[in-house]
Design a protein around this ligand. Structure first.
Ligand code: ACM
Length: 508
C-alpha cells in the first residue's frame, strides 16, 4: 500500500524530497547583510519552482530573478502573477513596512517558500542579488540546487555606491558599459559615473555644438579611433541602468581637461597655445576661457542637453587639476557653472578642488586627493563622496608586477582596497557628511573589456561591501573567505578578474 501511494505520488510528479540540512550563515554573501538568521534546513529549486510576483509592475523583476537563477543552475523557472503569497515557490511582493531605509529588503525562506519583500522595486532588486548568492549546489547522492532556510533583513549604510568609467582616455561602446552595469549591480552598486570628456576625447553628442564629436571624439590615448555616444545611445545606457536600479552620473570635466573641446571650438580656449588633438597622458595643460561669455553659452547648452537625457539627479562638472586656470578664474567659473546646473534642476558634483568655490549644501564634493578640500567642502555644507585614490582608484596596479595600470597614488592589493573604514578616513568628516563611495577606473592604460574586468574585479566587490555593510559586519578574515567563493561565480560569468594570492580562491 505504502509502495503503491509512493508510486502514485511519483507519477503525479509530487516531490518526496526530504529537505537537505543547510546553514544560511555559512553562505558567502557579499555585501554582508545587516541581520541574518539561519534555521538549518533548505528549499529545493527544481524545474517546477515558480517565481510568483504580486503585481504586474514586478513582472520584469520576476523575470530577471528567474534568468539569474537559470544562468546559475541551468534550470528553468516560470514567472506567474499571484496576489497572495503561494504555499510553494518564490514570491516577490511590495510591503510598505519594510521601510527601515531606501533599498531595504526582507527575505524569509522555509522549506516550501521563499518570500522577498521590500517597500519599493529597488529593494526587491537588491534582494534578488542576495537570493542569487544564497543558491548552493548540494553534491550528495544526487546533485541538487538548494537555498538554505532562515531570514535576512538588509539595507545599505550609504545611499550612493558607485563605480566610474573613464570613456575619454579610451572609448568603450554601449555593450561594454552594459556589462559593467550588470557586473556591478550584482554587488548592489547603484551608480555608474561616466567620465565623458577629457583632453583626449569628447564622448557625448551635443547637438548645438556638433564639432565636439565630429572633431573632438576622433581619437584617444595611443592614437586609436576614439568614438562617442549619440544621445540615443546615451539614453539606451540610462534606460538599461535604470532597469537595474543604477543611476547614471554624466561628467563633463571643466574648466581643465578640455583640450578636445577647445580643438573643436578654438574660441573656448583659455590658453594662448593653439590646441591640437591629443593622444598622450599628461594632465593639467588645458582650460576653457573662463572670462568669455561664449564659454557660458557653451556650458549652458551642454548642461541643458545633457540634463534632458539624464534621469538621475546629478551632473558632474569635473573641476579637477585645472593647473593653467588662475585661482580666481577657477572660482568664477565654478560659481557660474553651479548656477547653470541649478537652472536645469540638477545637483552639482565635482572633484575635491571644487570646494574652493562658493559651494553649499546643494552640492557634492568628490574626495580623491586632498583631505583639506574635502573638509572645506563639508564646512560649506556640501556632502562628500569618497574616492580616496590610495584605496579606491581602480586604475592603480595591484602590485609592481601588474601588467596594466598606474602607480602614482599607491599599489592597491585586494586587502588595501578593502581594509579601511570610510567613517574614519578623514578627520573632520563623519558618517553623516558622507553621501557614499565611488570607485573610479581611469583608462589611460585600459584598452579592452578584459582590461576593465582585471582592474575592477575583485576590488570593486570590496568597495561594494564598504558602502553597504555595517562596520561591525566587515572583517578582512571573513571577507577573504567569502570572496574566495565568488571566484567561481566570476569565472562562470567570464570575468577576467585578478586572482590575488591573498585570497584562497575556490575556483574549480
Ligand atoms: C582625478 O584623478 N584627477 C580626479
Amino acid at each position: 500500500m505504502a509502495a503503491l501511494s509512493m508510486g502514485l505520488l511519483m507519477q503525479l510528479g509530487v516531490s518526496c524530497h526530504k529537505p537537505i540540512p543547510a546553514n544560511l550563515s555559512s553562505v558567502s554573501l557579499i555585501p554582508a547583510p545587516v541581520e541574518l538568521n539561519s534555521s538549518g534546513s533548505s528549499l529545493l529549486l527544481d524545474e517546477g519552482t515558480t517565481v510568483y510576483v504580486q503585481n504586474d509592475d514586478l513582472k520584469g523583476l520576476g523575470t530577471l530573478l528567474s534568468e539569474q537563477m537559470a544562468s546559475l543552475t541551468g534550470l528553468e523557472f516560470n514567472v506567474e502573477l499571484s496576489k497572495n503569497a503561494p504555499s510553494k515557490g518564490i514570491y516577490l511582493a511590495i510591503d510598505a513596512e519594510v521601510n527601515v531605509a531606501e533599498e531595504a529588503y526582507a527575505l524569509t525562506i522555509n522549506e516550501k517558500v521563499l518570500v522577498l519583500k521590500a517597500a519599493n522595486p529597488a529593494g526587491i532588486f537588491r534582494g534578488i542579488q542576495t537570493i542569487d548568492q544564497t543558491i548552493v549546489k548540494h553534491e550528495g547522492e544526487t546533485t541538487a540546487w538548494i537555498i538554505p532556510t532562515g531570514s535576512i533583513v538588509d539595507y545599505p549604510q550609504y545611499e550612493y555606491r558607485g563605480v566610474m568609467l573613464d570613456v575619454s582616455r579610451h572609448f568603450f561602446g554601449v555593450e561594454d558599459v552594459k556589462r559593467v552595469i550588470d557586473l556591478a549591480a550584482n554587488y548592489k552598486i547603484n551608480v555608474l559615473h561616466l567620465h565623458l570628456t577629457d583632453d583626449q576625447g569628447w564622448r557625448i553628442e551635443i547637438k548645438s555644438w556638433p564639432k565636439l564629436t565630429s572633431v573632438g571624439a576622433q581619437t584617444q590615448v595611443g592614437g586609436g579611433e576614439g568614438g562617442f555616444y549619440t544621445q540615443e545611445q546615451f539614453k539606451e545606457i540610462v534606460a538599461y541602468a535604470k532597469e537595474r536600479f543604477v543611476t547614471v552620473v554624466p561628467e563633463i570635466d571643466m574648466p581643465g581637461h578640455t583640450n578636445a573641446a577647445v580643438v573643436a571650438y578654438p574660441e573656448l580656449n583659455g590658453t594662448k597655445k593653439k590646441a591640437e588633438l591629443y593622444t598622450g597622458t599628461k594632465v593639467g595643460f588645458s582650460t576653457l576661457a573662463t572670462r568669455k561669455e561664449v564659454t557660458y553659452q557653451f556650458v549652458d547648452d551642454v548642461i541643458r542637453e545633457l540634463s534632458a537625457i539624464t534621469e538621475g539627479p546629478y551632473i558632474h562638472i569635473g573641476g579637477d587639476e585645472s593647473h593653467v586656470t588662475k585661482e580666481d578664474d577657477y572660482v568664477y567659473f565654478i560659481n557660474r557653472t553651479k548656477a547653470i546646473v541649478k537652472k536645469y534642476n540638477k545637483t552639482m558634483v565635482g572633484w575635491d578642488e571644487m570646494a574652493h568655490a562658493a559651494i553649499d549644501a546643494a552640492d557634492v564634493v568628490q574626495y580623491w586627493a586632498k583631505d583639506k578640500n574635502a573638509v572645506m567642502g563639508v564646512e560649506k555644507g556640501a556632502k562628500v563622496l569618497l574616492s580616496p585614490s590610495k584605496r579606491m582608484y581602480l586604475d592603480m596596479k595591484y602590485d609592481s608586477t601588474t601588467h596594466i595600470g598606474l602607480d602614482w597614488a599607491a599599489l592597491i592589493e585586494v586587502d588595501q582596497a578593502y581594509n579601511w573604514d570610510p567613517e574614519k578616513l578623514v578627520e573632520g568628516i563623519d558618517k553623516e557628511d558622507i553621501l557614499g563611495l565611488e570607485s573610479p577606473l581611469w583608462t589611460e592604460t585600459v584598452e579592452t573589456m578584459d582590461d576593465i574586468e582585471y582592474l575592477v574585479f575583485p576590488r570593486l566587490i570590496g568597495h561594494a561591501e564598504l558602502g553597504w555593510s555595517l562596520p561591525e559586519k566587515r572583517d578582512w578574515e571573513s571577507y577573504k573567505k567569502r570572496l574566495a567563493v565568488h571566484g567561481k561565480r566570476l569565472k562562470n560569468k567570464g570575468v577576467d578578474f585578478y586572482q590575488s594570492k591573498l585570497i584562497p580562491w575556490e575556483i574549480e
